[in-house]
Ligand binder design. Structure first.
Ligand code: ADP
Ligand code: ZN
Length: 732
């Protein structure tokens, strides 16, 4: 074989590899950086992207040809750079990041042309009398001389497909190919702008004053401060420039509602993007984003991998939300990815939150992000009156969870026809089932976790691996019947308690058990319309929603998040309690929030009741600084798992033994390696888990250290798995 060196390119393939392979370009074809191609890899075919000239020449006879060049624009430089940077930082392979970009395979296939029907005028004139009514109805529609799709004809004439097929057969109508009309009307920046108040206007001016090109703004303001309306105006600016915008939300369940709100302002729907969409829908959006016919996307974190044509702005709403961190093996944080993408695209990123992450607050404090504050609610209604209920003194007796003081408030609300929300971040009925006779606790057979009772469906479930068993009637250990007791509350149990106290109140339980689809949306809508008096929910209800009649929030267990004991426990608790309290009294009337706690002395509760977020951030940042923890230091975790605990430990020990002790490029004196230690969830899905934690100073390149370490350490084998998590957000 005689290959021309000029025609050899390096191609990154969408499998778990970090480096590109070399291929030759078939004679007469040409590719450039970013071109999407199909190549043979081993016995398989893979999709890849051309990166450029190979670094090293490889032997001619081993080179294979590019098999197919897709007819679609090349991936843009900013996206290729983003992949590269993310791979360096997160240690996710470049190939897997590319796979996230190429997540809509169907988008690469040629679109099938759309078929439609036109009237054959000659025939119509002569054969009109002999037609059935159904056929006439179809012809009447086609009488406008335009081409109509089968679907359109079926729907409008209310006939079956066979009527149309019949007409085609006798030659009265004929098939034509038509261009697909984009179903996405462009948003209109001038459709329905709101008049901003002074504080909002000032914030918008500050956004507009920022340099053209890359920059991050932290839009930090109270719940109901009108932040959404502010960034909508910045979005309008970008749309006027003819560029695309992307809004990210932490939960799929929030997207539909947000798309509607967007449509009210811009007169058109934004395209939706998340992992639960069908392959066809994804293909449509992917193509539209790439060719520029779709101008606005609202989606979950994976939307950050879309191949935008000319992205002009990214907004990350509720930027503090821990759902932005993915930790299923592809461990990255959407906030981080958004910053990197914005940087390489040279555009603005807006981070919006009423309770920013400590990281973002820190970056705002040191001037890396532009800090834009909103102090007052748009409605002028004061923030809710927050009261602390000291459960050491006021806890109700045996098997009850709601204090008298809170019950009294709910009663008042029922009398005034106002809604109450009881918040407990725990699905199901009870987190533990115990045998009173022998003390046996029902545990998952795959995980070191209790089984949670879900009483509505008569099941015990593992919230880690999804295992379900029918609710047992006797103890697995001693066989005794009638000895099983539910320990602790979940939302279903609170619902039962409310049902007993207020049998006439209309109540609803909301948790992710209801999925994220239509049923859930319907419930949200019913709540908005005031069809329920008492809402009992998990964190699902804490976010984003706007319930007009809701004036009371009760937090059943304000200590729940604190008990988790990771470094962000206080931060996360402060955030979620601020968010959920902020649901109360958004329109018309000041709300009240009651927090039930056994630790009323904790600083968090003082900060919450005085709305002193500044005080909280200052305190928390001081603690982090003293401990050298993020945002003042860096962390990386290694999670090792294996079928036997000793296997996991011994591999972890060998990893530690290979940790680089010296470096020519970095000072290792302040690097700390902790572990190996048994993970808090010691067994997950049948695998024993061990953790190693590495801590460094802020200005240390921890990613490159970890990469160097792993390159020189034994690889996991024999069923051992190792996951690396840079800047871990959870520690279980
Ligand atoms: P945030 O995003 O800060 O929680 P929102 O943007 O949702 O706040 O605003 C809270 C409420 O006030 C919403 O119902 C919103 O439509 C309304 N609102 C905010 N700004 C304006 C404005 N300039 N004109 C009219 N209504 C506004
Ligand atoms: Zn399990």
């Amino acid at each position: 074989m005689n290959k021309n060196y000029d025609n050899i390119v390096s191609i990154l393939v969408n499998v778990a590899v970090n480096e590109p392979y070399s291929y030759s370009v078939p004679d007469g074809k040409s590719v450039r950086r970013g071109t999407i191609v199909r190549v043979p890899l081993g016995a398989r075919k893979q999709i890849g992207v051309v990166l450029g000239k190979p670094k090293n020449n490889i032997a001619h006879n081993r080179l294979r040809d590019i098999e197919y060049i897709y007819d679609c624009p090349p991936l843009r430089e900013e996206l290729l750079e983003t992949i590269n940077w993310m791979a360096e930082y997160t240690l996710i392979t470049r190939g897997m990041l590319l796979r996230s970009v190429l997540s809509a395979k169907k988008a690469l296939e040629k679109e099938k042309p759309l078929l439609a029907y036109k009237l054959n005028n000659k025939f119509y004139a002569t054969s009109e009398k002999k037609l059935t009514r159904a056929r006439k109805k179809v012809l009447n529609i086609l009488a406008d001389g335009l081409a109509h799709t089968k679907r359109d004809l079926k729907e409008r004439a209310m006939v079956s497909a066979s009527v149309i097929d019949g007409l085609e057969k006798i030659g009265v109508i004929y098939k034509v190919e038509i261009d697909k009309i984009s179903e996405f009307t462009s948003p209109n920046p001038n459709f329905a702008p709101l008049k901003l108040n002074k504080e909002q206007m000032k914030a918008l001016k500050n956004l507009r004053k920022m340099d053209k090109g890359f920059g991050v703004a932290l839009l930090d303001g109270v719940t109901g401060g009108g932040k959404t309306e502010i960034f909508f105006e910045k979005i309008a600016d970008i749309l006027r420039e003819g560029r695309q915008i992307l809004i990210l939300l932490p939960e799929i369940a929030l997207t539909d509602g947000f798309i509607e709100r967007f449509a009210l302002r811009f007169g058109a729907k934004a395209a939706k993007w998340h992992s639960e969409m069908s392959e066809n829908q994804r293909a449509k959006i992917w193509r539209g984003v790439m060719n520029g016919s779709i101008r606005a996307v609202i989606g979950a974190r994976s939307a950050l991998f879309l191949p935008f044509y000319n992205l002009g702005l990214i907004v990350l709403d509720e930027e503090h939300d821990s759902a932005y961190k993915q930790s299923d093996g592809m461990n990255y944080h959407a906030r981080h990815l958004a910053v990197i993408r914005a940087k390489f695209a040279g555009i603005m990123l807006i981070l919006s939150s009423a309770t920013p992450s400590l990281e973002s607050r820190f970056n705002a404090n040191i001037g890396k992000y532009k800090h834009i504050r909103i102090e007052n609610r748009y409605s002028k209604i004061a923030l809710p009156d927050v009261k602390i209920i000291n459960m050491r003194e006021e806890a109700p007796k045996g098997g009850k969870w709601v204090a008298d003081e809170l019950i009294l408030e709910i009663k008042k609300n029922l009398q005034h026809n106002e809604q109450s929300l009881l918040f407990l971040n725990r699905r199901g009925y009870a987190p533990l089932t115990l045998c009173r006779a022998c003390g046996y606790r029902f545990q998952c057979s795959n995980c070191s976790a209790w089984l949670v009772e879900h009483r509505f469906v008569h099941k015990l479930m593992c919230h880690h691996c999804g295992l379900e068993i029918k609710k047992p009637t006797k103890c697995f250990a001693c066989g005794q019947t009638d000895s099983l007791v539910a320990v602790g509350p979940g939302v279903e149990r609170i619902a039962q308690e409310m049902q007993e106290i207020f049998p006439d109140a209309r109540q609803v339980v909301l948790s992710s058990d209801m999925g994220s689809g239509a049923a859930l949306r319907e419930k949200f809508m019913q709540i908005e319309q005031g069809e329920y008096d008492i809402i009992i929910g998990t964190q699902l209800v804490a976010k984003g929603h706007h319930f007009e009649k809701l004036t009371l929030v009760g937090v059943i267990d304000a200590d729940l998040g604190l008990a988790q004991g990771d470094l962000r426990a206080a931060e996360k608790t402060f955030q979620i309690l601020t968010q959920v309290s902020g649901r109360a009294g958004r329109v018309g009337k000041r709300g009240r929030a009651y927090l039930q706690t056994y630790h009323s002395e904790n600083k968090i509760f003082k900060a919450l009741s005085q709305h002193d977020s500044e005080g909280f951030y200052e305190h928390e940042l001081t603690i982090r600084k003293e401990a050298g923890l993020p945002p003042y230091g860096r962390l990386a975790a290694m999670i090792i798992s294996a079928d036997k605990n000793e296997k996991a430990f011994s591999y972890a020990r060998s990893l530690i033994a290979h940790a680089p002790k010296s470096s020519n490029v970095q000072d290792l004196r302040n690097l700390k390696i902790y572990g190996p230690a048994q993970a808090p969830i010691s067994v997950l899905r049948g695998l024993h888990r061990v953790r190693i934690l590495v801590q460094s100073e802020k200005n240390f390149n921890l990613s490159s250290y970890m990469r160097f370490w792993l390159d020189n350490a034994p690889k996991p084998k024999g069923g051992i798995k190792m996951q690396i998590d840079i800047e871990p957000m959870n520690f279980y």
